[in-house]
Ligand binder design. Structure first.
Ligand SMILES: [Zn+2]
Length: 382
C-alpha cells in the first residue's frame, strides 16, 4: 500500500510538472530527479510516518497562474519627457484587439502632420512650408512606404486597432482655404496615391463662396473636414468658461452639419489650447479624437506620447496628462520640420513590432488564462 501511495504521488507530481510548459526541459528533469530521489529516500526510511490509507487522494486541480504582462513599449528615440501612455483600461479587450490577425499589425504607426500655408516662395512664418519642401516631404513619405488615412480610419485604429497601413500618415491642414489650395497641393496626392487630407475647418464664416467651394470638395470625399472652433481665435485654456468651450466645440459641429452634411469626430484645438474641462465637454459632444500642436512623436494603438509638465525642450507645448484623456490630446508634427522625423517614426514602428513579437507568447498565454473564458478565443482570419 505504501508503495502504491508513493507512485500515486509521483504521478501527481509528474502531471503538475508537465503542465508547467514554460519551464525549460532541463530544469524539469533536474527537479523530477530530485523529487524522485526524495521519494525513494522516504520509502527506504522505516521511521517515516505514513498517512492513514483511507484518506482520499484529492483530485489534481491544475490552477494556471497568468504570467506578468510586459511593460508598455519604450523608446529612446523620443525625448524622456514625452512618455508614451496607454488609454485602454480593459486589458483583455486590448490584447484581443492587438493580436486579432484581422486588425492592424502590432507596431503599426501613425505620423500626424500639421499644415498651414504652402507658398511658392520661402514661407515668412514658422508654420508655413514652401511648395518645394511640401513636394519633398510628401515624396519622401511615399517612398518610405507611408500611406495617408482619413479621420474615421484614425479613430477606428486608435479605438479598436482596426487595420490601416503599417506606416500611416494623417495630413491635417489647419484653418480655411479656398479650393485652389487643395487642388494645387493635395489633389495630385489623391490622384496618384489615393491619399485623403483632413481640413480643420473654422465654423464661423460669412463668405458663402468659400463654404460652397469647400462643401464641393467635401462631397468628393477626399478632403475630410473636421472641427476647429467656431470663432477660433481665442485658444481654450483653464480659465475658459463652459459657455465659451461649448460655443466653440459645438459651433464647429453645427456648421459642418449645416454646410457639409457631416458630423465631425475630431477636434483640432485652435491655437493648440485645451483643458481638462474642454476634453470632458468635447467627448460629451461626440468628439472621438483631439489634436494638439505638440510634436511629441508618432502614435500607435494604446500608445500616445504625452508630457506631465512643461519642459525646457518644448516650452510652448501644454502638458497633456493633466487633461486626462490621451485620445483627445494627440500630438502633431509640424510640416516644416516633419522630414527630419520620418526615419525616427519608421524606427519606432520597427522597434515596437519587435517588442510585440518578443512578448507575443506571454500576452497570448495571459489572454488564454484570464480573458478567453469570458471574451472568447482571439478571432482568426476568415
Ligand atoms: Zn487654426
Amino acid at each position: 500500500m505504501i508503495k502504491n501511495r508513493i507512485i500515486l504521488n509521483l504521478g501527481l507530481l509528474a502531471l503538475l510538472l508537465a503542465s508547467c510548459q514554460s519551464t525549460p526541459t532541463q530544469d524539469v528533469s533536474v527537479q523530477f530527479t530530485a523529487a524522485f530521489e526524495t521519494a525513494v529516500a522516504q520509502i527506504s526510511q522505516p521511521t517515516t510516518t505514513v498517512a492513514p490509507i483511507d484518506t482520499p487522494v484529492p483530485t489534481a486541480t491544475i490552477v494556471r497562474t497568468p504570467p506578468a504582462l510586459p511593460q508598455i513599449f519604450q523608446t529612446t528615440i523620443l525625448k524622456p519627457e514625452d512618455l508614451p501612455r496607454t488609454y485602454e483600461a480593459d486589458t483583455c479587450n486590448y490584447l484581443q484587439n492587438k493580436w486579432n490577425p484581422n486588425n492592424a499589425a502590432p507596431g503599426t504607426v501613425v505620423m500626424v502632420i500639421m499644415f498651414h500655408g504652402i507658398s511658392k516662395e520661402t514661407p515668412d512664418n514658422v508654420n508655413g512650408i514652401s511648395v518645394n519642401d511640401f513636394k519633398k516631404l510628401t515624396n519622401d513619405l511615399f517612398s518610405m512606404g507611408f500611406q495617408a488615412i482619413n479621420m474615421q480610419q484614425m479613430a477606428d485604429f486608435m479605438y479598436s486597432n482596426a487595420k490601416i497601413p503599417p506606416r500611416s500618415v494623417l495630413l491635417i491642414v489647419d484653418d480655411r482655404h479656398f479650393a485652389e489650395y487643395f487642388n494645387d497641393h493635395f489633389r495630385p496626392l489623391y490622384e496618384q496615391w489615393g491619399w485623403p487630407v483632413v481640413n480643420a475647418y473654422i465654423g464661423l464664416d460669412e463668405r458663402t463662396d468659400l463654404w460652397a467651394e469647400n462643401a464641393a470638395l467635401s462631397a468628393e470625399g477626399w478632403v475630410d473636414y473636421q472641427g476647429h472652433g467656431y470663432i477660433h481665435n481665442t485658444p481654450i485654456g483653464n480659465s475658459s468658461t463652459d459657455e465659451f468651450i461649448t460655443a466653440e466645440m459645438n459651433g464647429a459641429i453645427t456648421s459642418l452639419q449645416k454646410y457639409m452634411n457631416k458630423t465631425p469626430i475630431a477636434y483640432i484645438w485652435p491655437g493648440g489650447g485645451f483643458s481638462a474641462r474642454a476634453v470632458e465637454l468635447g467627448t460629451q459632444l461626440g468628439y472621438k479624437l483631439g489634436f494638439t500642436v505638440n510634436p511629441r512623436g508618432p502614435v500607435m494603438y494604446n500608445w500616445i506620447p504625452q508630457a506631465d509638465t512643461v519642459s525646457q525642450s518644448n516650452t510652448f507645448a501644454i502638458p497633456e496628462t493633466p487633461a486626462g484623456n490621451p485620445l483627445m490630446t494627440l500630438p502633431r508634427y509640424w510640416a516644416p520640420s516633419a522630414r527630419n522625423d520620418l526615419d525616427n517614426v519608421r524606427q519606432i514602428g520597427e522597434q515596437a513590432t519587435l517588442y510585440a513579437e518578443q512578448n507575443k507568447t506571454t500576452e497570448l498565454e495571459y489572454y488564454e488564462i484570464v480573458c478567453a473564458p469570458t471574451y472568447g478565443a482571439i478571432p482568426t482570419l476568415p
